[in-house]
Design a binder for this molecule. Structure first.
Ligand SMILES: Nc1ncnc2c1ncn2[C@@H]1O[C@H](COP(=O)(O)OP(=O)(O)O)[C@@H](O)[C@H]1O
Ligand SMILES: [Mg+2]
Length: 360
């Protein structure tokens, strides 16, 4: 699968822009603040219906406009192509396949794949546990529609349970039967969420440590899932929830569950967040994301589009080449950079080069 063409209308600094891509390597070149990341973001948005940046969604609409449109031509195989479109205004988003409106996001994203590498990725390791949960949630939701649905249900139930907890906190009378049902439903879903997460992290570990080793030549990289509680038994979890009820009421929040899980990155048994150098953290993220390529192919039966937004400038040539080795020629690759010197000659030769200047 690859993206043949994208059309942007009022997407960030692009008012009317159209560009063609090759099915192999594409290099987007331009000075700072010209719109390279914005273009990368628009591709991610077209493929996932969401921005990869932590931003309020309406911020992606051009500042002086009310709505945006992103349209792409996707080549699925030699025989079929599709038009995908997203229209967004300040309060609604509409998604289309070949001009037919799609009502369920899962139907739209199910057969698309994209993996983006970008400088702020580092926050997955450097940031708070919620950065790591967000990463796992985002990736798993894109990979598996059942997880997407499950997580949405979990969050809804959690929100409702917390509303009741806040009522209890103020000594208001609440419907205890309803409260029990919510707790029950929360537990059932938490068991499933943990299973998905565990399997996904196992899968990541299968190849990311090998990739890390290959890039650096030494050291032992491992991702460890640390759920807030280990048990997967309904009755045990129920007991834990009951034990915590007092604390939950006092804080007006549910303090137990997968929304409190943690993921740890180890290098030779040392926690990378605490004792890793920025270089080691960067390679760890790259290794983990590169290992996702295989997972995408396995889960989605398609090769994801790989976007490398400004990540090459920090790597030496040897590391860049090792990295490119993992991106097979099955994948369409979109690289942004300020300087073509960042691209090794071997790849530059066969690349489609796109120059960007102030969004045109
Ligand atoms: N909603 C928006 N409307 C108009 N311009 C925007 C919007 N969001 C960001 N920009 C502009 O986009 C530019 C940055 O683009 P970006 O893609 O991050 O640059 P780079 O080429 O360095 O990656 C800035 O000039 C910024 O003002
Ligand atoms: Mg940028």
């Amino acid at each position: 699968m690859y993206l043949k063409q994208i059309k942007l209308k009022n997407f960030r600094n692009y008012e009317n822009y159209i560009v063609d891509f090759s099915k192999n390597i594409n290099i987007i070149i331009g000075d700072n603040a010209q719109g390279k990341t914005n273009l990368a973001e628009s591709i991610y948005f077209l493929m996932t219906t969401k921005s990869h940046r932590l931003t309020e969604e309406k911020n992606i609409i051009n500042i002086s406009k009310q709505n945006l449109e992103v349209e792409g031509k996707i080549i699925k195989d030699e025989y079929s192509s599709e038009k995908r479109k997203i229209k967004l205004n300040k309060d609604t988003k509409k998604i289309f396949i070949n001009n037919n409106e799609i009502l369920k996001i899962t139907d739209y994203i199910n057969d698309l794949g994209v993996i983006i590498f970008y400088p702020e990725d580092l926050e997955i390791i450097k940031g708070s546990p919620s950065n790591r949960r967000d990463f796992i949630n985002k990736e798993l939701s894109l990979l598996n529609k059942n997880y997407y649905i499950l997580l949405n249900e979990y969050n809804k139930i959690l929100k409702n349970r917390n509303i009741l907890l806040k009522e209890k906190q103020k000594n208001k009378i609440v419907d205890d039967i309803y409260f029990e049902i919510l707790t029950d439903n929360l537990i059932k879903r938490s068991i499933l969420i943990k299973k998905y997460r565990k399997k996904f992290i196992d899968k990541l570990n299968e190849s990311s440590s090998q990739i890390y080793l290959e890039i650096t030549g030494d050291e032992n990289f491992k991702i460890v899932y640390q759920p807030q509680y280990e048990t997967e038994d309904y009755e045990n979890i129920k007991q834990l929830m009951n034990k915590n009820l007092e604390i939950d009421v006092k804080s007006g929040n549910t303090n137990i569950g997968p929304h409190k899980d943690e993921i740890i990155f180890l290098l030779d048994e040392l926690n990378l967040q605490i004792s890793g150098s920025q270089g080691q953290q960067r390679i760890a993220i790259l290794s983990m994301k590169l290992s996702e390529i295989k997972i995408y192919e396995e889960y989605k039966k398609t090769s994801p589009i790989i976007i490398l937004d400004d990540v090459f400038s920090e790597l030496d040539n040897k590391k860049k080449n090792k990295m490119m080795k993992y991106i097979s020629n099955k994948n369409q690759v979109i690289i942004t950079t300020t300087d073509l010197k960042n691209i090794t000659p071997k790849y530059k030769k066969e690349s489609n080069i796109i120059e960007i200047k102030r969004g045109i």
